[in-house]
Design a protein around this ligand. Structure first.
Ligand code: TXA
Ligand code: MG
Length: 317
């Protein structure tokens, strides 16, 4: 039988070199990270950047995150400040993205950063992407590997579901350990969280010895992509519910709810990290089963629960 997933490649030396060579030739590939899967291309080259925006149907005003192996590679592209170094030393590689001022002579393709004077940079931790970045002389622009405003993918089959054979190569690095996107922190002025993630504002605050505004209270959200409806299964969703109606999907958390064929438990043990890992998987399941409406229980607004609630809110807007 023909393998329909023939562009999904397992991790071995041969396939990693294939991916590396393809990236060097301006190809765009599906790649695992510890947060979610991404669509990767050379950030110094126009062709892959154009291709990424086209594949995702992403508005040109929404900038991409540029991914690096280490800080020494970043020096040519961004102005690094003290706060950046403090956070980098404690948290990287890891699930955090920094907004910094771009250097004027940076080689980053300006359309990759929506012609802004700032850039978003990240040092991912997943060993596969680290191995790939290490072999390249350029950083990778990597948005989540989903159609614009849709559900981020957390494994290689999700990426296939989004793009099929439109991308030549998807590396299978297993399920993403975290399951929701990196924390985005703006370091260009007063420190602000633009997108909550597993690294909390209090953790960042402790490292910087400063009180950090949570994203809901920080007013000037700079990235247009942060304002829109996002992370959405495209089905009306009601949050903070205690029950569902008969034939609708019901996303629950913990042991206090009755199970039925319409319930989807994010974590039976009320573990928020597990809930984050299951969130997008659950959205995809519900979407496939063609529900008309989704009810969601209240999720505790602490730790990564803050990021879960942020995604739920945007998915339901
Ligand atoms: O975990 C992640 O960050 C994943 C993995 C693949 O690394 N990537 C990801 O990329 O979530 P994307 O493109 O789906 O989301 C990037 C977010 C967008 O909301 C974008 O608007 C924001 O980062 N962003 C990018 N550049 C920015 C900038 N210069 N200023 C403010 N926000 C920016
Ligand atoms: Mg995204």
């Amino acid at each position: 039988m023909k393998n329909i997933y023939s562009n999904i490649l397992k991790v071995n030396k041969k396939n990693l070199s294939k991916a590396i060579n393809y990236l060097k030739k301006d190809g765009v590939i599906g790649i695992p990270t510890e947060t979610v899967y991404g669509l990767a291309g050379n950030a110094y080259s126009k062709k892959p950047i154009k291709q990424i925006y086209k594949l995702k149907k992403r508005p040109k005003i929404n900038p991409l995150i540029i991914h690096y192996y280490s800080v020494s590679d970043l020096n040519n592209d961004a102005k690094l400040n003290k706060k950046f170094y403090s956070l980098y030393n404690k948290l990287c590689p890891g699930p955090i993205t920094f907004i910094l001022n771009k250097k004027i002579n940076s080689k980053i393709i300006s359309s990759a950063v929506a012609n802004l004077s700032t850039i978003a940079v990240r040092f991912p931790k997943h060993q596969v992407i680290r191995n790939i970045l290490k072999e390249l002389k350029f950083p990778l622009a990597i948005p989540s590997a989903n159609q614009s405003s849709g559900i981020s993918p957390v494994n290689s089959k999700d990426v296939f579901e989004e793009f099929g054979k439109k991308i030549k190569l998807i590396i299978n690095g297993g399920n993403s350990k975290i399951g929701i996107e990196s924390t985005v922190v703006d370091l260009t002025g007063k420190v602000k969280i633009l997108r909550p993630g597993i690294i909390s504002s209090s953790r960042i605050g402790k490292i910087l010895k400063k009180k950090i505004l949570p994203s809901s209270k920080s007013r000037s959200i700079k990235a247009p992509g942060n304002l829109k409806k996002h992370y959405s299964p495209g089905i009306p969703m009601k949050l903070n519910q205690i029950r569902s109606s008969k034939n609708d999907a019901f996303i629950i958390f913990g042991k206090n709810y009755k199970n039925s064929k319409h319930t989807f438990n994010l974590s039976l043990n009320s573990n928020l990290n597990e809930a984050a890992r299951n969130l997008y998987k659950t959205f995809r399941k519900i979407k496939k089963r063609k529900y008309k409406k989704i009810y969601v229980v209240k999720i505790p607004n602490v730790d990564i629960g803050i990021a879960i609630n942020d995604r739920l809110k945007r998915a339901s807007s």
